[in-house]
Ligand binder design. Structure first.
Ligand code: GLU
Length: 294
């Protein structure tokens, strides 16, 4: 049984970029007669915008993107993340880290724009230093997975990212840990999301292996960028999707994903567009680009 999911962070209203991830994951699930779950990734509550989660839900509803079961809120799941971290610690996979961002600023740039952790605290905290964060040990051995759009992806997590943070200096669990715990707990078989996350996937597979969890299939979708080539986001002031224009916004997202609806349904209500989409979804038609402007 196929289980897919959409996992927005409520840092702002849903913009066109997130609509693509929502639509792509919905179509992939529904065309496989699978379940589509909704998880609000409100773990990083200082970045949360009040009311954003409710706005996201109302846009999904207006677009006819119906989900199955209860909505999962990451903010209620700290016990699960803590238990996973504890298991990793017991297995010797993690260590306490005292380094500040400044102390690792001279290290090589990592694939995610941060720094490759130089391993300073790997063998234990230096005398007089206190724990700030918890990191997981990585190795140079490449993690290989087959993305359903982009094909074979190879990343040496140790070399390209380094030992990464699972429990942050601000006391929050890191996205990488939470997403792995939640995808497994929710029985997710297929992750469909933006290609901005493709470089996180090897880290997530590394954690799945350490925790003895299954690895889902991955399909990364092109990310929408604005005319300056910046990813649509709250920071780049992307326009929120207007629930009153759900049909035209969906058509735009279908076109972006390489599935232009036929003229006779281009003005049809969302439900008809989605029915057509679920019948005609073919990931081979998605443009093989990490980023595209619409
Ligand atoms: N919450 C993440 C975001 O909104 C997506 C996480 C995921 O799909 O794995 O960018």
């Amino acid at each position: 049984m196929y289980v897919g999911r959409f996992a927005p962070s409520p840092t702002g209203p849903l913009h066109f970029g997130s609509l693509i991830a929502a639509l792509g994951s919905w179509l992939d699930a529904r065309s496989a007669r699978g379940a589509w779950l909704l998880r609000i990734e409100d773990l990083d509550w200082p970045r949360e915008q009040p009311g954003a989660a409710a706005e996201i839900l109302s846009v999904l509803e207006a677009c006819g993107l119906n989900w199955d079961g209860e909505i999962v809120l990451q903010s209620r799941r700290n016990d699960l993340y803590r238990a996973a971290l504890e298991r990793l610690r017991e297995g010797g996979a993690t260590y306490a880290c005292a380094c500040t961002r400044r102390e690792i600023a001279d290290s090589a740039p990592a694939i995610d724009g941060a720094r490759v952790y130089p391993g300073t605290c790997r063998a234990g905290l230096a005398e007089g230093r206190a724990q700030r964060a918890v990191r997981v040990r990585t190795t140079d051995e490449p993690v290989i997975f087959e993305d359903r759009l982009f094909g074979r992806h190879v990343q040496s997590v140790g070399h390209e990212v380094g030992d990464f943070v699972l429990w942050r200096a601000d006391g929050l669990f890191a996205y990488q840990l939470a997403v792995v715990v939640d995808d497994a707990a929710q029985g997710v078989t297929d992750v469909v999301r933006g290609a901005d996350l493709i470089d996180s996937t090897a880290r997530q597979i590394h954690l799945q292996r350490l925790l003895g969890l299954p690895t889902p299939r991955y399909l990364h979708l092109p990310v929408a960028v604005n005319a300056s080539g910046e990813k649509l986001s709250k920071q780049t002031r992307a326009k929120p999707v207007d629930p009153a224009c759900a049909g035209p916004e969906l058509v735009r997202a279908f076109v972006f994903l390489g599935h232009p609806p036929p003229a006779e349904i281009a003005h049809a209500p969302p439900r008809d567009l989605l029915d057509w989409g679920a019948r005609n979804w073919d990931p081979a038609r998605i443009p093989k680009l990490r980023a595209a402007s619409d």
